[in-house]
Design a protein around this ligand. Structure first.
Ligand SMILES: Nc1nc2c(ncn2[C@@H]2O[C@H](COP(=O)(O)OP(=O)(O)OP(=O)(O)O)[C@@H](O)[C@H]2O)c(=O)[nH]1
Length: 550
């Protein structure tokens, strides 16, 4: 059946509605024109094109087309460049290593920084230690020289003390730390001996839980949490009052540098004063590598420092005890043998419960057996035993002591006026009282259970980075290279007369270097070489001399 055709809707409407629509449209157009006028942008006029009557119409059109193409290409190129730039930036942000390979102004600075860092890392670490130590001494008003009470004289460095005295207006105070590891009577003797020279504070730093041997259960202490009550610090009040008193006398805020040989307890003393684990402490020697400022209160700021660098001219036991293992190559067996040679053999036997021994190897063999240190085949680990003894001798638990010299003679860098100068500004009476109180409070080992040790006396240190043996060798090598270069130039006949005079004449600094290096070579031959023999040969290759020598 055919579907009926649908009737088309009529467009008829009332006039009122039609006029209303027309009005609305007009209003809308008016509005658009107004907005366009406000924006100041008129509708672009339509290009009328080249009239047909124009001569060379085709050539003109071709030219226009070409220009259009060029413009398009240029736009495309700019777009690509922008994209590349964005990619590069993204790469720089994600990969710090790429930063330095790109040569933009920002990266240039970064490159310089990296070059400096690379140079520092290549630099002899001893050089850095010396530089840091000098900075600490320079910045300090009072310098605390921390001594291990088991060998106080061996922990004193005449070169550093001399530098402090030369600095003028600086005070030097001795801190007799690890007082809990020596018998009481010995501690008193040392105190009266050292007090003749410099103000001395008896101290026992609070030690970290993690330093206790494995048999003690490790307790995780939060980094800035207060130290546990069992790890009591003794002498804190005495030291604090001494510094406070000096600060009041001087009438200004003071900086207090804490210096000393490795493992004497510099960082532990600071942590005890601050009652926070603010400086890193550990059994490994030479842990602190750069200076660290620790504000004690508004007026007193403490500065932690890296340890002194030991001079190779010292005796073998001194080198064994005072060389920072982090930067010196120390052979444990030789170091431990040197230490053992200075200890009372009978007391060593009793302390470590080993049979009587005739030589160090025999001792280490029985010591290894006693401690259960064995190698793969079951033979005693002599090297391991030596390591244990060496670390115990510089660690936090072994009790041993030295006798102070029978009579007091001021060291060459001290005289009466310096002694009185150093004591000025301190309340010594109060210090004496506090020290007596500390000695009472410290739980000391018995004389019978301690080992008597023969001290080697003051330990020589290196304070100037140019006196470091490796540096002297480096300078000598440089000089030789320069000389050979001059010879080649002379052979070629390039050198003019003026240049010749300059190159052949030695500057006073060069002469000093030459004599120093000659001296160090001569001394090295006579001095025990268990530490430096290997080090000088190896590090000679490791460090880039051409970079360091500026
Ligand atoms: N028994 C005892 N041990 C201490 C005392 N003071 C420090 N120690 C321990 O000695 C070891 C070395 O202490 P540190 O404070 O790291 O010594 P340092 O002088 O700062 O060492 P470096 O940073 O290597 O130069 C640590 O195992 C401490 O626990 C103390 O008064 N008594």
């Amino acid at each position: 059946m055919k579907r009926p055709k649908l009737k088309k809707a009529s467009k008829r409407m009332t006039c009122h509605k039609r006029y209303k629509i027309q009005k609305k449209v007009r209003e809308h157009h008016r509005k658009l024109r107004k907005e366009a006028k406000k924006r100041g942008r008129k509708k672009p006029r339509k290009d009328p094109g080249v009239p047909n009557s124009a001569p060379f119409k085709e050539a003109l059109l071709r030219e226009a087309e070409l220009r259009k193409q060029q413009l398009e290409e240029l736009k495309q190129q700019q777009k690509l460049d922008r994209q590349n730039e964005r990619n590069k930036k993204r790469k720089l942000e994600t990969d710090p290593d790429v930063k330095l390979s790109n040569t933009e102004p920002v990266t240039e600075e970064l490159g310089q920084r990296k070059a400096k860092k690379a140079k520092t890392s290549k630099q002899n670490p001893k050089r850095l230690y010396c530089q840091e130590l000098k900075k600490v001494i320079e910045a300090s008003d009072v310098v605390l020289e921390v001594l291990d009470a088991r060998d106080p004289l061996g922990c004193r460095c005449p070169q550093v003390e001399e530098a402090i005295i030369r600095g003028g207006q600086k005070k030097l105070v001795l801190v007799l730390n690890k007082s809990d590891l020596v018998p009481k009577e010995n501690l008193e003797n040392w105190l009266s001996y050292l007090n003749k020279e410099l103000p001395t504070v008896v101290f026992k730093a609070s030690t970290q839980q993690k330093d206790k041997r494995k048999r003690i259960k490790l307790v995780k202490v939060k980094k800035k949490a207060a130290l546990s009550k069992s790890e009591v610090c003794v002498g804190k009040q005495g030291l604090w009052k001494l510094l406070e008193g000096f600060q009041k006398t001087s009438g200004k805020a003071i900086h207090v540098g804490v210096i000393g040989f490795p493992n004497v307890g510099k960082s532990s003393v600071i942590n005890s004063l601050k009652q926070e684990q603010i400086c890193s402490v550990g059994v490994s020697m030479g842990l602190t590598r750069c200076m660290q400022l620790v504000p004690l209160d508004k007026q007193i700021t403490i500065i932690d420092s890296p340890c002194f660098i030991v001079s190779p001219l010292n005796s073998a036991p001194a080198l064994a005890l005072r060389s920072p293992a982090s930067i010196e190559v120390v052979r444990p067996l030789e170091a431990a043998s040197a230490i053992l040679s200075q200890a009372d053999a009978q007391q060593v036997v009793l302390k470590f419960t080993v049979p009587v021994f005739t030589n160090s190897l025999e001792f280490f063999t029985s010591f290894a057996q006693r401690r259960g240190l064995h190698q793969k085949g079951g033979s005693p680990n002599v090297e391991g035993a030596a390591k244990v003894l060496w670390s115990e001798w510089t660690g936090a638990f072994l009790g041993y002591y030295c006798h102070p010299p029978a009579s007091w003679t001021p060291p060459p860098h001290f005289n009466e006026s310096i002694v009185t100068d150093m004591k000025w500004g301190f309340d010594l009476e109060e210090l004496e009282k506090n020290n007596a109180h500390s000695i009472q409070a410290i739980k000391s080992p018995h004389l019978a259970s301690s080992i008597l040790f023969q001290s080697s006396g003051l330990t020589n240190g290196v304070i100037d980075e140019n006196d470091i043996p490796e540096e002297l060798l480096k300078q000598k090598k440089q000089k030789q290279e320069q000389e050979s270069y001059e010879d080649v130039k002379m052979d070629q006949g390039i050198v003019d007369e003026e240049g010749d005079d300059e190159s052949l004449a030695m500057s006073p600094a060069e002469e000093a270097c030459e004599t120093l290096s000659e001296k160090s070579r001569a001394d090295k031959q006579s001095a025990p070489s268990f530490v430096l023999d290997k080090m000088t040969e190896e590090e000679d290759d490791v460090y880039d001399f051409s970079t360091d020598y500026v």
